[in-house]
Design a protein. Structure first.
Length: 608
């Protein structure tokens, strides 16, 4: 029998590695920008065309590479970051695996121009599908200029499963922001299809967070700082009132590297216990400086998972420092310095102002019984004439009128409300219990869906004073994507430039809802929808329009605890049964259950 085991060619091995390292255009930008940071760049420019499908260009002014290093950098496991295994426990760079450039070159067409400061002329490389096409000298500035075109051109299955341009662009901006938040001393710019989406100049960390996420974030940040033998924790957490329902910006950075850590996230949420409502999440930006020997970053090719040697001790430290930051904020009362247009209240000066206290005078000899009243309270002698023409009422009229609202009638069945949450009504098969909040979500969802598809769209309620909201670059991309749909639903939004939008009107019927919070929640829902589309774990696959309708329905639906009259409950029941699906909400939650009459009878029979 002949041997069947053989070594894979380098091109095939690189494509296999690219499946883990390069998952989408955002992965390319992450790897190239991290290399630019390791090269000591002070300015990093990213230029993207068609959300990375057509072209990705990363330009930096770092140290650059020699012609030999530029050629060797695209080989698998070629790196300048480490030399031996022990270096994995003393990492001070973003990259170290030596797989990024080889993986990118395996699934795209790459052109590199690079020059070192000591060289008079640079080098240009052209690689496609791991094959070296050309190498020649070129005049170029110091640093590196990577151009990656036609990503996944030789892997059509991977290119086919890329999401929409808006979704991929959001992922790119998210990866870019995670790096920009770590290095506020670096100038970052980002252009997409010729438009500038981000221009972050060197600044302090607090200003960098404000530049990325808006002025409101800068106003709600509380500083955090703790220096211990284990590690040093710095950064910012938000005030409790800045918490959002979901999709809050929660960031952990370890030695300049972004990481996901559910255990530490739980520690932060524990510090906010009883300060924010259940289901709300405050934003935070926490930075760990820890000995490289106490962590292990070589767990996953994306390097977003990190193992700590003292996880439990750091958990307790996190809870303590976050509580300390919140406690300092709560101890300082808020002072309103906005006195524009308010009346001036003079300060009382007893030495200057001649003011006397009012005096009360009375007659101590006054006796009301010594002066009889002139008016008489006795009934008039002809009182019978006041009731002439009135017929006596039936004996049980008063009792019948008092109980008429509690008794069922033939025209309108009586419904009962339980604990302000459920509507109970009798049906032929038993007892039907309806969740009032979910029922109203289904009703409003279908109402918004029909209004959005109708010609002219839904009615809009103009705001007396328009409000402005500033969005992050990723949220701005999402807003541009859903702006036509929002307009058809009754929102009147005007872009003011720089990620700022003016809210001029909201859909009719939402007058009591905070418009800014509602729009921010819609953006979170749409971003979450894009992230979950195609996921096997998603039970209900909603379109972007349906996700918008669902967000509006949740905001306007009857809340739990609201007491309803019989007419209101009757209206909910009738409207629910006119919907296309009476059993489930659009996101798959049950609306009603029916307790069969036989089961109810069985409960009593068992106790006889």
């Amino acid at each position: 029998m002949s041997d069947i085991i053989h070594l894979l060619p380098d091109s095939v091995a690189n494509q296999i590695a690219a499946g883990e390292v390069i998952q989408r255009p955002a992965s390319v930008i992450k790897e190239l920008v991290e290399n630019a940071v390791d090269a000591g760049a002070k300015t990093i420019n990213v230029i993207v065309v068609d959300a990375g499908r057509t072209s990705i260009q990363v330009i930096d002014d770092g140290c650059g590479m020699s012609s030999t290093d530029a050629r060797l950098a695209f080989e698998r496991h070629a790196t300048s970051k480490i030399k031996q295994a022990d270096d994995l426990f003393a990492l001070h760079t973003m990259g170290f695996r030596g797989e990024a450039l080889a993986s990118i070159a395996a699934v795209a067409q790459v052109e590199l121009q690079t020059r070192m400061a000591t060289d008079e002329i640079g080098t240009q490389l052209t690689i496609a599908g791991s094959k070296m096409i050309d190498q020649q000298p070129v005049a170029c500035p110091v640093g590196c200029n990577f151009r990656v075109e036609n990503l996944f051109y030789n892997v059509p299955a991977r290119r086919k499963f890329l999401k929409s341009n808006a979704t991929e662009l959001n992922n790119i901006l998210t990866a870019y922001e995670r790096i920009a938040l770590v290095y506020p001393d670096i100038h970052f710019t980002f252009h997409h299809n010729g438009a500038e989406l981000m221009n972050l100049k060197p600044s302090s960390l607090r200003q960098r967070i404000t530049d990325v996420f808006g002025k409101q974030y800068g106003q709600d940040l509380l500083p955090v700082e703790a220096d211990t033998v284990m590690c040093r924790v710095t950064g910012f957490v938000s005030k409790p009132e800045a918490a959002r329902k979901k999709g809050g910006n929660d960031y952990f950075f370890v030695n300049g590297r972004y990481m996901k850590h559910p255990y530490f996230h739980k520690a932060v949420m524990t510090a906010y216990e009883r300060l924010v409502p259940e289901g709300m999440q405050p934003p935070y930006f926490l930075y760990f400086d820890i000995k490289p020997s106490d962590i292990d970053v070589n767990i996953h090719p994306t390097k977003t998972e990190i193992k700590f040697e003292n996880e439990q001790a750091i958990w307790q430290l996190l809870v303590a420092v976050v509580r300390d930051a919140i406690g300092k904020f709560c101890e300082i009362p808020s002072i309103d310095f906005d006195t524009v247009g308010k009346p001036e209240i003079p300060v009382f000066d007893p030495s200057r102002d001649n003011v006397q206290a009012p005096k009360v005078t009375y007659n101590p000899a006054y006796n009301p019984f010594d002066h009889p009243s002139s008016s008489s309270h006795r009934a008039p002698s002809s009182w019978e004439t006041l009731y002439e023409g009135l017929t006596p009422a039936a004996p049980d009229a008063i009792e019948t009128s008092f109980l008429s609202s509690d008794l069922p009638s033939d025209r309108s069945p009586v419904h009962y409300q339980y604990k302000g949450q459920y509507i109970m009504t009798a049906v032929k098969s038993g007892l039907m219990v309806i969740d009032q909040h979910r029922a109203d979500i289904r009703i409003l969802f279908e109402r918004y869906a029909s209004a959005g598809s109708a010609e002219g769209g839904a009615a809009s309620q103009r705001l007396l004073f328009p409000e402005t909201m500033q969005l992050s670059p990723s949220d701005s991309v999402t807003m541009e994507q859903i702006l036509p749909e929002l307009s058809s639903l009754g929102f009147d939004l005007s872009p003011l430039g720089g990620g700022t939008f003016a809210v001029n009107g909201i859909p009719a019927g939402l007058e009591g809802v905070e418009s800014i919070a509602l729009i921010q929640q819609i953006l979170v829902d749409v971003a979450e929808h894009d992230a979950m589309t195609g996921s096997a774990s998603q039970a209900i696959d909603l379109t972007v329009s349906q996700s918008l309708h669902l967000s509006l329905a949740r905001a306007a639906a009857i809340p739990y605890g609201q007491v309803l009259s019989n007419e209101e409950m009757e209206n909910i029941v009738n409207s629910l049964f006119s919907c296309s699906n009476v059993n489930y909400t659009p996101d798959g939650k049950p609306i009603l259950v029916i307790l069969p009459q036989t089961d109810i009878d069985g409960l009593f029979d068992a106790k006889r």
